[in-house]
Design a binder for this molecule. Structure first.
Ligand code: SF4
Length: 248
């Protein structure tokens, strides 16, 4: 059962697992600090800013035996861009919970480093979508590529599991330079890889050269003996069938 504290899903408790609490990223005006060309979160949430007091909810959950949970997941928008992110992270440091985070990795938070040092982070999930500074700027409309790599390299030193996603955007990131750059980053971070499509265009078939690029990335990741999977549900039926024919 998913329990909605507010109807715009700023917070929910995944009760069927009884383990996971998910918080959305930011409030109106600071939902996110980048602007991915495929983002549907900031456009959906932009006028319906969550106004839940996250610290209040956390305190209730952590102090409640009934809702005892061992993982708090921050996702949607950019949690680390929240003005109160440092306060929330510092609050969690001595609590009996672990966290996971979906982040664009462009913001460094000292509280997060403390959680990593104390082995309290289950995983970090980042959509990188490219392997070059130039393409990063096109996809995210910000010049944060080097900063993101610096943060990921720092975080990876704490042996935390890192998931990197590559959302294919036709004629933007379906080229060899980006794919090989991305593979290099994955190797450095020992990352698990997810290959995906833009959920906005789920009914549209990808161009054949983009699907070829996705296959190329898949094989390059396999060659490097890293875990890799496709988010098949986000590809249209034709593309899904084609991908299913070559995945091992
Ligand atoms: S990082 Fe996430 S929330 Fe921010 S613009 Fe990109 S997809 Fe949207």
């Amino acid at each position: 059962m998913v329990y909605l504290i507010k109807k715009n899903y700023p917070v929910y408790i995944n009760n069927h697992l009884n383990t996971s609490v998910v918080f959305s990223g930011g409030f109106k005006g600071d939902l996110c600090n980048v602007n991915c060309i495929y983002c549907n979160y900031t456009s959906v949430m932009g006028d319906r800013s969550p106004n839940v007091g996250i610290m209040d909810v956390l305190q209730v959950l952590i102090n409640s035996k009934k809702n005892s949970c061992f993982e708090i997941n921050f996702a949607g928008g950019e949690f680390f861009a929240r003005k109160d992110a440092e306060e929330i992270l510092n609050y969690l440091i001595d609590k009996n919970v672990r966290i996971s985070v979906t982040t664009n990795a462009s913001v460094r938070r000292e509280g997060f480093i403390k959680l990593l040092v104390n082995n309290k982070v289950n995983y970090i999930n980042v959509s990188l979508d490219c392997g070059s500074q130039e393409t990063y700027k096109k996809v995210k409309e910000r010049d944060f590529y080097n900063r993101v790599l610096d943060n990921l390299n720092e975080w990876s030193k704490f042996n935390v599991q890192i998931y990197l996603k590559y959302i294919f955007i036709p004629n933007v990131n379906d080229n060899q330079i980006d794919i090989l750059g991305f593979v290099n980053v994955c190797k450095q971070l020992n990352a698990s890889v997810t290959i995906s499509a833009n959920s906005y265009n789920i009914n549209e078939q990808l161009p054949s050269h983009t699907l070829e690029a996705a296959k190329y990335l898949y094989n390059e990741i396999l060659k490097n003996k890293l875990p890799v999977s496709f988010t098949l549900a986000l590809f249209n039926e034709h593309d899904r069938n084609l991908i299913s024919s070559f995945i091992r």
